[in-house]
Design a protein around this ligand. Structure first.
Ligand SMILES: Cc1ncc(COP(=O)(O)O)c(C=O)c1O
Length: 390
């Protein structure tokens, strides 16, 4: 069987839902009013914003007025981290995050260090998990912000968000807890109120929505120093005419992705386990990085083929129409090894031979079967070609 394309790079971005792309185009052409305008076209735009806010708020079980629209995960993370630190700096100058965050979290923290803040970067265990105890130990009387991602984009490890938030609450309820939920929103259970999350970042293109649009859940009462200045849009936190087609597309994509979430994830979990087990059976020398196959997010896993270069495996799979990644998309062009794989202490060969497979509920069983068969044969071929003796 030859499948045209098996896209397994869904952590980098996802294929937009066709029906939503059509709807986004329709809004661009027909409901193009500026939501701030007083006439009918403006009201149409305002209605789109309101409905979108409602849809996202319902999924997160929060109030509509706690949703702020942004241009994506990077902006949401920057707004949250820079915004909280600068707004509350009188309370203290200590911040906590982890060493396996996305660059859109790490870079704002690097910036804050230059502004005089002290940042603790917690190192995870070899499965990519940061324990609540470790977070608790790092807290000081000067800690004002803790930012920890929900699902890691490279290895799929899931952080114990509720337990971490309980540890923060126990110590000082004023500490603001931000969660980068870009890889988990619509996939894993997420409820800021139940899990004690104050601010949460999401990005539409990770759940089959349009690129360049995202949102921030901002708990009522928490203040941010805005990054940009302009009109009063989005409570003055994110001024600029709203991207109504993109925002509406994001809300619809969230709704579609969230429907039957549990069933979709159960299927992905079984496909993931089947993928890993089949590969391990044929190639027992490979290494599953981070969480074990029954643990971690159902849609992301990372495998090293020690002795082979990840990039060579990637391009060999591409020859068969299978698209994967060697690390996080933003790093895969850089020549340095992944900071996440380094943090979980992979040896040099495993670092160089790592491949991330990231699945979506839109991948069919047939596609996964094809990808398994081809990955096994591609790796056998490369092993022979490079005369690996394993
Ligand atoms: C965990 C995580 N956070 C943030 C981002 C950035 O999101 P965006 O591409 O919407 O800026 C990504 C994208 O890869 C991500 O994986």
């Amino acid at each position: 069987m030859r499948t045209n394309e098996v896209y397994l790079d869904n952590s980098a971005t996802t294929r937009p839902y066709p029906e939503i792309s059509k709807e986004v185009q329709r809004i661009m052409l027909e409901e193009y009013g500026n939501p701030s305008s007083l006439h009918r076209r403006g009201s149409e735009g305002e209605r789109l914003l309101q409905s979108s806010r409602q849809i996202l708020a319902e999924i997160l079980d929060v109030s509509d007025n706690e949703i702020i629209f942004t241009s994506g995960g990077t902006e949401s993370n920057n707004m949250a981290i820079l915004g909280v630190a600068r707004r509350y700096k009188k309370r203290g100058n200590h911040l906590i995050t982890t060493s396996i965050e996305h660059s859109s979290v790490l870079e704002p923290f690097n910036q804050l260090e230059k502004e005089g803040f002290e940042v603790t970067y917690l190192i995870p265990d070899n499965k990519g998990i940061v324990s609540p105890e470790k977070v608790a130990e790092a807290l000081t009387s000067r800690t004002i912000l803790v930012s920890i991602m929900h699902v890691n984009n490279e290895i799929g490890s899931i952080q114990p968000i509720s337990q971490i938030s309980a540890a923060l609450q126990g110590r000082n309820p004023d500490i603001v807890f931000h969660v980068d939920a870009v890889q988990s929103f619509t996939k894993l259970p997420l409820s800021p109120n139940d899990q004690g999350i104050d601010i949460l970042s999401i990005s539409a293109h990770k759940f089959h929505g349009p690129k360049g649009v995202g949102a921030l859940y901002l708990r009522e009462g928490i203040l941010l120093e805005p990054l940009t200045r302009g009109g009063g849009h989005e409570k003055g936190l994110r001024p600029g005419t709203e991207n109504t087609p993109g925002i509406w597309g994001m809300a619809l994509a969230a709704k579609l992705s969230y429907e039957n979430r549990k069933e979709k994830m159960e299927i992905l979990q079984s496909l993931k386990e089947r993928f890993i087990t089949s590969l391990e059976r044929e190639h027992p020398w490979i290494r599953l990085n981070g969480p074990g196959k029954e643990e971690g997010a159902p849609h992301i896993f990372n495998i090293s083929f020690p002795g082979l270069k990840g990039e060579v495996v990637l391009h060999a799979l591409e020859e068969h129409g299978i698209y994967v990644s060697t690390g996080s998309a933003c790093h895969s062009n850089a020549n340095s090894p992944s900071h996440v794989l380094q943090a979980i202490k992979l040896d040099k060969e495993s670092l160089e031979g790592a491949i991330r497979f990231s699945l979506s509920h839109l991948n069919t069983r047939e596609e996964i079967e094809y990808a398994i068969t081809k990955t096994i044969s591609v790796v056998s071929g490369l092993k022979k070609f490079f005369q690996l003796t394993r």
